[in-house]
Write a protein that binds this ligand. Sequence first.
Ligand code: THU
Length: 130
Amino acid sequence: MSLVDEARAIRDRAYVPYSNFKVGAAIRAASGKVYVGVNVENVAYPEGTCAEAGAIAAMIAGGDTRIAEVAVIADSPEPVPCCGGCRQKLAEFADADVPVTLATMAGKTLQTTVGQILPGVFTVAHMQRD
Ligand code: THU
């Protein structure tokens, strides 16, 4: 199954009583294992989590720490961009050239990379003082 298809298959499990906007995410780790996630909302709205964050949490719990590829899917007219917070979360575990596919349920896709969606990323190198 393609990574977009993995994201599509999990998307329906999203818990979205407030937005009614289901998002599915899939990460292929450097090991080859695939981890999936969905958005999980909460009545205290800021406590909700994005699909990408769920997939990252599953990856870490599964024993992987490096991302090789990402796919995100939603039922939107245009491919939905990852939110700013998720861009930083992905960058923690992915090199700038890691491919990101944003997809719609209708079949539109937008191909980008972690570096393209988060230029000027804050990294550990920025904390180094000599
Ligand atoms: N959402 C994601 O899960 N990932 C994205 O890339 C964009 C937004 C979720 C958060 C919230 O549950 C819903 O979409 C509406 O913002």
